[in-house]
Design a protein around this ligand. Structure first.
Ligand code: 5AD
Ligand code: FES
Length: 350
């Protein structure tokens, strides 16, 4: 039998491997690798989550950002980006529409926008909490002091998404300017956990300068963090960034990392991300079949969707929330799964 197949079987039994073994899977050129990994990952996801897929309504509420990550289209230095902010009323209207469509989790994502002070974020969270007491409120607004995270939590936020992006400090420094550090990113993630948030982290696949070793370290870092959700997707080049000449990540490598994550973290919430759907029209469906169990359609008003452009050619920017919901329902069904409309909390045990 193929040594790669044997390694996959071992990973499916143990949910861990040595560094050398994981690296062998990350880099395997054997043509059946992804098919074997997908099959093993799908088996595990069905043991934990059956055929259910959780949905999260994503509200991209501001594309102002004080940071300058070299890969990101809404970086402060992108003078061509047309900036927008939603008002609290806009955001509450998105939540109301989402609620009617069956969403029980709202993800408020934005750049690190100084306009949204802690006071404003807390007021916003409290207003959503008051109107939707049965929903989970997820924030994804970047690096903050611990006291800010605590204040948002006290106002009613339950979950926080902050990708670590890459777990190697040297690689991190190639993707970000000097005023950002992996150390602070990690500090944020551990603060969030200690406060009591359900935490999501993750990384880009195929980001510039990424080596197989970096991906191994991403997996090891996630094992130390034990997040509830792990979001990954291919890096996709954006023309108005310093990385405009760098190639995008691939579908195949992204699917491979998704399956490895499912096998290492059987319990995890793994989204089939918009970036995956952007590099391939069938990307999200393939992501579900490779072990993902969450989709995060866009609830932002159609008028601003194109403006939240982290990377080129982002999908779903022309659809109404209801259209996205219906489209996803059909796509998830065609892939062999079923959308459920509860809060979709993590299942640490089967
Ligand atoms: N390609 C793919 N993903 C990107 N992100 C930011 N820029 C890009 C890009 N060019 C991801 C980062 C960030 C998340 C919100 O989007 O991982 O954490
Ligand atoms: Fe948005 Fe298909 S999921 S249009």
């Amino acid at each position: 039998m193929s040594s790669i197949k044997l390694l996959i079987d071992k990973l499916a039994r143990q949910h861990d491997l040595s560094d050398a073994e994981l690296l062998a899977l990350i880099t395997a050129e054997e043509k059946n690798t992804n098919a074997w990994l997908s099959a093993a990952a799908d088996k595990i996801r069905r043991q934990y989550y059956g055929d259910t897929v959780y949905i999260r309504g994503l509200i991209e509420f501001t594309n102002y950002c004080r940071n300058n990550c070299y890969y990101c289209g809404i970086r402060a230095g992108n003078r061509h980006a047309q900036r927008y902010r939603l008002t609290q009323e806009d955001i509450l209207a998105c939540c109301r529409e989402g609620y009617a469509l069956g969403f029980r989790t709202f993800v408020l994502q934005g750049g690190e926008d100084p306009y949204f002070t802690d006071e404003r974020i807390c007021a916003l969270v409290a207003a959503i909490r008051a109107q939707h007491p049965d929903c989970a409120i997820t924030l994804s607004i970047g690096e903050k002091p611990r006291a800010s995270y605590q204040a948002y939590f006290d106002a009613g936020a339950n979950r926080y998404l902050l990708r670590h992006e890459t777990a190697d400090a040297a690689h991190y420094a190639l993707l970000h300017p000097d005023n950002m550090s992996l150390a602070n990113r990690k500090r944020c993630l551990f603060d969030l956990k200690e406060i009591g948030y359900q935490v999501g982290s993750g990384f880009m696949v195929g980001s510039p300068y990424q080596q197989p070793q970096n991906l191994l370290h991403d997996l090891r870092f996630l094992q130390s963090l034990q997040p509830d959700m792990i979001g990954i997707g291919p890096y996709i080049t954006h023309a108005q960034t310093p990385f405009k000449n760098e190639p995008s990540g691939t579908l195949a490598q992204s699917l491979r990392m998704l399956s490895l994550l499912r096998l290492l973290f059987p319990y995890a919430l793994l989204p089939a991300t918009t970036a995956l759907g952007t590099i391939d029209p069938n990307g999200r469906e393939l992501g579900l079949q490779a072990g993902a169990n969450v989709v995060m359609p866009n609830l932002s008003p159609v008028g601003v969707r194109k403006l939240y452009e982290l990377y080129a050619n982002k999908i779903c920017t022309g659809e109404e929330a209801a259209q996205c919901r219906g489209c996803l329902e059909a796509r998830v069904r065609a892939a062999g799964y079923r959308i459920v409309t509860d809060r979709g909390d993590v299942k640490r045990q089967i």
